[in-house]
Design a protein around this ligand. Sequence first.
Ligand SMILES: Nc1ncnc2c1ncn2[C@@H]1O[C@H](COP(=O)(O)OP(=O)(O)OP(=O)(O)O)[C@@H](O)[C@H]1O
Length: 636
Amino acid sequence: MALFHVARYAGPEASGLGDTEAEAGSRARVLLERLQNRARERQQREPKPESARAAVEEAGRRRRRPRRRRGLSCSVAQSLEAPRTKRLKVEDNADAERGEEAPEELNAGSENSDERAPEEVPRSTTPGLVLGDFAKRKTPKVQPFLPAWLAKPSCVKKSVTEDLTPIEDIPEVHPDLQKQLRANGISSYFPVQAAVIPALLESADNGFLVGRGGYQPSDLCVSAPTGSGKTLAFVIPVVQALLNRVVCHIRALVVLPTKELAQQVSKVFNIYTDTTPLRVALVTGQKSLAKEQESLVQKTVDGYRCLADIVVATPGRLVDHIDQTPGFSLQQLRFLIIDEADRMIDSMHQSWLPRVVAAAFYNEGPSGSCALLQRTQSQAVTTASTCSPQMPLQKLLFSATLTQNPEKLQRLGLYQPKLFSTGLGQRGPKDTVEVDEKLQGKYTFPVGLTHHYIPCRLISKPLIVLHLVLGMNFSRALCFTNSRENSHRLFLLAQAFGGVSVAEFSSRYGPGQRKKILKQFEQGKIQLLISTDATARGIDVQGVELVINYDAPQYLRTYVHRVGRTARAGKTGQAFTLLLKVQERKFLQMVSEAGVPELSCHEIPRELLQPLVSRYEKALSQLEKTVKEEQKLKMA
Ligand SMILES: Nc1ncnc2c1ncn2[C@@H]1O[C@H](COP(=O)(O)OP(=O)(O)OP(=O)(O)O)[C@@H](O)[C@H]1O
């Protein structure tokens, strides 16, 4: 007897499962007989020889038809597909800038799929073949299935002018910090702050140990419009959580994509730690490695002493310190804040996050009193794992365009994450998401922002910029181009035109010069700042009334961040995008996806530009000379 029963599909003729060999033989005979009978019957039914050829031809035609049809359909489908495939490729390349597009790629794949269930393949009842029939059929779009935490965020109100919470209404915030807030002109919390600050303070209730019930606090993701006060939403609770620390260790690490942003955030931390013993270090590569090391650690007779509680860093320089700074330890890290999180996810190829996590969890064996607070990277919550108190590492993500792609977010290794969001364009299945019909765009924009586009020709673009700045009398305008060459030429042209204090901001300049330019812009010494996307994210300059997209942004996220440099903190602002005829359709479609409330077409009549033309032509010839001189200098 066989030890194991192997079940095989024996066809409908199978008589039972425990056949003997004899039974199997007889079954084969029966089968053979049946087949022979069928063949005989078919021969009898066979038509006469003269009609046989016609029948064979007819059968052949019948057989060929679907094949031909399939071939034709494929080629038709391919021709329709071609631009779509191209579009998907472009999106792939653009992934670095638009991570949130991935779910759509999945949809597109299913939408285009040629692999239909047989019953879905349209069968033409007419003798003729209808070309393109295939492509016309609309298949339902597959909705991405989002994890519950992404599909059902805690909704944060949007308006920073109406939905304010007075400072005294959140008594959990330390009185000293409340005092500091008032001293800095803040009397109410913006909605994102009123939602996130109490949540973070609650999760830090147990000091540096795990929270209520022995559970590690959830990681938080925050998606709120530009200029809605996300910085203070993490600065206040982090400072408060560290207020009672005894020994100085790096307990909070903020990672940002650019030096300028890191500088800006460290400035805010400095304001709120000013009257506390907490120390903030800025690690961006603006100073030499040795200088930065001096601000981070001090060598003592028995090892190294940490000099910073809060480190604000750019990823590259952070990894340099993990590798090269003796005594630089993240083992007591309690908060890892990733600002501009979607952009930081794009830079994950630098593998800075695994390095930070490895440094935070690395244990060199039991080491005295600190062993109590050392953590292990436990995978599951078990009775044993909750027995010894551990210090949690909580990740906090902030962005105005936080990706909803679970695969991308997964790379961050979030622990039971919670999402706070003002964006109600959640794109999960309708039965799991409360969709606000009025706000179905991908992103939310500041309420005070007005969006316009200006149809124009390539040649008149610089003239329009000058007209907007001079003619409409904006005191501070930020103008974005897509490359540093474009920025430089436009700058030279505006300078040659005269009548406007202009500067450029791009990687042509070193960090020191860039800092100076931003300061002058902030002080109002520069009226028009022409910039690459280096200032598109996070930069908070008060009083910017106008954003001009000289070059149309290629991606939605770029648009959101660029225009977000104005209308910040409840102020009003205008955004103008200059569009060539060929760019109009794509741009308008992109912006409508974004959920821009209203985009008006702002035509500029020739007569308005005419008075500037003669001066502009002189400026153009001056530009030509300057460019030639610059080229000569470069060659020399
Ligand atoms: N409660 C408040 N009351 C008044 N002003 C505030 C308040 N909170 C923040 N601000 C101000 O709002 C401005 C924008 O804040 P912040 O830079 O934090 O915005 P953000 O949401 O991080 O924007 P972005 O997404 O562009 O980085 C800052 O100048 C800040 O000082």
